[in-house]
Design a protein. Sequence first.
Length: 290
Amino acid sequence: MPPRRKRGEWIIVTPPRIAFLDVDGTILDHGTTIAPSTVTAIRTARERGALVYLSTGRSAGDIHPAVREIGFDGAITNGGAYAVAGNEEIVAEPMPADAVDRLERFFRSHDIHYFLQTDEAVYASAEVQAAVVAMLSSLRAQLAGDEPQTAPQGRPRFRDLATVDRTRVAKAVFLSDSTDAVSRAQSELGDRFHVVPGSIPLPGGTNGEIGMQGVTKGSAITAVLDHLGIDAADAIGIGDSWNDVEMFQVCGTGIAMGNAAQELKDLADEVTTAVLDDGVHNAFARHGLI
């Protein structure tokens, strides 16, 4: 940004810094806890003039209130299908209805559990709802020995799959007992869809996320930066999952969480500490946001 002249003097106007944060595994420990230092870091960075955006695979309606209460300047949701700056919608790219139909036929033909996301809510069959609740209950039991910090509680809130408006679906998520479900989806759907391994920590099997080709966190971040007039060099992106790869690619600095897979760390510019080991705080401190 060029210098501006004011009352006969030149002053330097510093462009705003902006950070994009994944939710699960970055802010939240996969739906269970938030490190207090993360809350402090986000609020302090904003007080000092930085912009902080969510960048999540979740639908806007599925972001836990404890996360929203931290306070953000905007959000990229559904893995990049939607984005808002403040209350202004910047990106809205739901799937074509025929694409949703193809996905559902794929899932049914391979007996794969799935749920569909609109920007407002998540939709699943009763069978899938029960399976996900059981899985999350098991994970919480495993984490029961951890020192409590800020602990969002509650069951996942799904709506009945039969009621979803298939012209508004933004993304699909699937769970399978098969170890090759992701690679099978990539093989059979990769001509039209963006298929990546999911971030749900299953005790066995695999899970994945599916959006349209070209619709990613990276594409939405680019749209937001263009809207705000911020150079990508002034952006950092922090995440721990495979849907964060494109975020790393478009941001000036891509930062992997310490709890990310090693393969993902290798694709990032930097690695911070883990989600409950002050990972966001340490990254913000390193880059002068706090």
